[in-house]
Design a protein around this ligand. Structure first.
Ligand code: HEC
Length: 123
């Protein structure tokens, strides 16, 4: 009987310890940081690619800003696929006369991650 009690109290202690520790991790990492990693996959791919030469998040350079693109296209599968295709094959005529160069080394998954990151910037 004594053993069962000891086991039970040890068990409850274990549970509380567990609950307590998961609570501390939640409070130390801010809710936004938990939901959004420092850099999303799409953003990371954009930073590593040549996009920056022609695009900026807020300002038009040679190509439209990501915020302008996000404002133009609602974030859905269709638009992500459309823009991913443009990133790979290049595009022209939508924003002006300057064309976007094709990026044939970028895979469809990477282009989709980039497109969904851009469209997620919509305010
Ligand atoms: C040589 C300059 C250049 C580079 C490099 C470039 N872009 Fe563009 N991008 C443009 C231009 C110019 C347009 C507008 C084309 C148009 O009017 O259809 C554009 C348009 C876009 C669009 C919108 C397409 C549409 O039809 O609305 C997206 C999304 C985009 N670029 C993403 C990217 C990404 C991601 C990269 C990096 C992999 C990248 N671009 C690299 C010049 C560039």
């Amino acid at each position: 009987m004594k053993k069962t009690l000891l086991f039970l109290s040890a068990f409850t202690f274990f549970l509380t310890a567990c609950g307590g520790s998961s609570e501390t991790t939640e409070t130390t990492t801010t809710p936004t940081a938990a939901a959004k990693p420092a850099m999303e996959e799409g953003e990371l791919l954009i930073v590593k690619s040549d996009c920056i030469g022609c695009h900026n998040k807020e300002n038009k350079i040679i190509g439209p800003s990501y915020l302008d693109i996000a404002a133009k296209y609602p974030s859905n599968d269709e638009n992500i696929a459309l823009l991913a295709g443009k990133i790979i094959k290049g595009g022209k005529g939508v924003w002006g006369t300057i064309p976007m160069t094709p990026h044939t080394k970028i895979t469809e998954d990477e282009a989709k991650a980039m497109a969904s990151y851009i469209l997620s910037l919509k305010k």
